[in-house]
Design a binder for this molecule. Structure first.
Ligand SMILES: C[S@@+](CC[C@H](N)C(=O)[O-])C[C@H]1O[C@@H](n2cnc3c(N)ncnc32)[C@H](O)[C@@H]1O
Length: 150
């Protein structure tokens, strides 16, 4: 995330009179700049896929959510049937940035959420994103997942 992106977001909010939003800069993998046990809902679309350590990221989301079944996340991301993220030599930076080469298998993605602390994990939606030569005959699927902090 760049400072220019934040400036643009703040300008758009001000120009449109959105007074109840705030933009904070942080690395979701290292530390989300939000107090622990304070958040009702985390939403995310195709961001966690870009992180290098998904479990660390889910732990950080778990940390900021309210406990006792109140805090939950609803996220969408891409997963693959043939994961290549373990072998760095096979990673194409452009494909990583397109959310393809950093994709985990569905099983590993869900395990990462559980290893991040979440017990209740539910797949809300699943659809084919792309497959074929462009992605070395991998099948890329879009998932929408809900997880609750107990
Ligand atoms: C594919 S874009 C998705 C953007 C937006 N969610 C959407 O749906 O249009 C990925 C975004 O993830 C952000 N991102 C990637 N890694 C991140 C990290 N470790 N911490 C915070 N943001 C990150 C990037 O800055 C980028 O804005």
């Amino acid at each position: 995330m760049t400072d220019e992106m934040l400036e643009k977001a703040r300008k758009n909010a001000a120009d449109n009179g959105y007074t109840s939003v705030e933009f904070r800069k942080g690395d979701v993998e290292e530390r989300i700049p939000v107090e622990e046990n304070s958040v009702d809902v985390v939403i995310s679309n195709c961001v966690i896929n870009l992180t290098t350590d998904k479990v660390k990221t889910f732990r950080e989301i778990y940390r900021i959510l309210k406990p006792n079944g109140i805090g939950r996340m609803v996220i969408s991301d891409l997963v693959t049937d043939k994961q290549i993220a373990e072998d760095i030599s096979l990673i194409d930076p452009d494909k990583w940035c397109s959310c393809i080469d950093g994709a985990l298998t569905k099983e590993n993605y869900i395990d990462s959420i559980k290893n991040g602390g979440f017990d209740i994990v539910e797949v809300l939606d699943e659809k084919l994103y792309t497959e074929g030569d462009q992605v070395e005959n991998r099948k890329i699927t879009s998932l929408v997942i809900k997880a609750v902090k107990q």
